[in-house]
Write a protein that binds this ligand. Structure first.
Ligand SMILES: [Zn+2]
Length: 301
């Protein structure tokens, strides 16, 4: 029984979403009753619920066809909780690495992180010389545990037009967020407004052409009710250019986490066996850095 309202999403690149160019890739596998805020929490142990997902034959864009309306999604995200505490230090290092060299030439003035969670990247920016750091986060819980010196600049709510002035930020970052949005092009256009001429945008998200996604198919953690539009290294730059940006670089992002994390997140069968094996070998808390299927992009206005 349908408990929620659904809306229909279109291909971001084609003129109309016809069935010939956009065949069904994976069929919806949940009922409304299965959903709760926990399903919408960042980096939780994945449930593998997903909507009907189509794949564009022209661009490879994978997207959810009928999704929950914005109000319902907003409510579910508001109640989401921070579940990646133990991984924070690894994520901080992995996300800083790709722009480390670029920032030497960038002005370290005002920066904004969209979907900033507990402000972990605001800490990184501040610790690396950014003067003013701001964040936007829909969840109410993450702000409460943010570091004191970044907490006050975290706005609880959604990023959108009018929240910040035009030509305002030297850098806007956005991690694991673009593929959660029902209007990613609208968000990119808004970012284009808010960044200064000559300023930069840096984003990280899943790559549908990564080995992990190909290997696990429908069982891949990226095929998930949280993801509305999923990109690859070819169609993501196209979308950013549509919003007005110049593409500086598109690249794979390595993630270094303990073995314990990889085992928990992977769709491998016999998880207990693997955990026992890694513990016996003394590897369970050792770091393994692999390309986990994330890509990054750096843009310039
Ligand atoms: Zn299309």
């Amino acid at each position: 029984m349908a408990k929620y309202n659904y809306i229909t999403k279109e291909c971001l690149f084609c003129d109309g979403t016809n069935a010939t160019d956009h065949p069904l890739l994976y069929k919806k596998n949940f009922k409304d009753e299965d959903l709760n805020a926990e399903v919408f929490s960042a980096r939780r142990t994945t449930e593998h619920f997903h909507y009907d997902m189509l794949k564009c034959r022209n661009t490879g864009l994978i997207f959810s066809r009928h999704i929950l309306d914005d109000n319902t999604l907003n409510e579910l995200y508001k109640g989401s909780v921070v579940t990646f505490g133990e991984q924070t230090e690894f994520i901080k290092r992995d996300y800083w690495q790709p722009i480390k060299e670029y920032v030497k030439k960038w002005k370290k003035g005002k920066a904004l992180d969209i979907g900033c969670s507990n402000g972990f990247f605001l800490e990184v920016l501040k610790d690396n010389g950014y003067a003013d750091v701001y964040g936007v986060e829909p969840g109410e819980e993450p702000k409460k545990i943010a570091r004191a010196d970044v907490r006050d600049n975290i706005h609880t709510g959604f990023y959108g037009p009018g929240l910040y002035p035009a030509d305002h930020f030297d850098l806007i970052t956005c991690f694991q967020t673009l593929d959660h949005l029902s209007d990613p092009l609208g968000m990119l256009k808004n970012m284009y407004q808010n960044v200064k001429p000559g300023g930069n945008v840096y984003m990280i998200m899943h790559n549908t052409k990564a080995l992990q996604a190909k290997l696990f198919g429908e069982k891949s953690p990226i095929i998930d009710v949280e993801h509305i539009y999923l990109f690859n290294k070819e169609n993501l730059p196209q979308l950013c250019e549509k919003a007005g940006f110049k593409v500086v670089s598109v690249f794979d992002v390595k993630n270094g986490y303990p073995y314990s994390y990889w085992v928990r997140m992977s769709p491998l069968p016999l998880k207990k066996l693997w955990i026992g094996l890694f513990k016996a070998l003394g590897m369970y808390s050792k770091i393994l850095a692999i390309n986990a299927g994330n890509m990054g992009i750096i843009l310039e206005k």
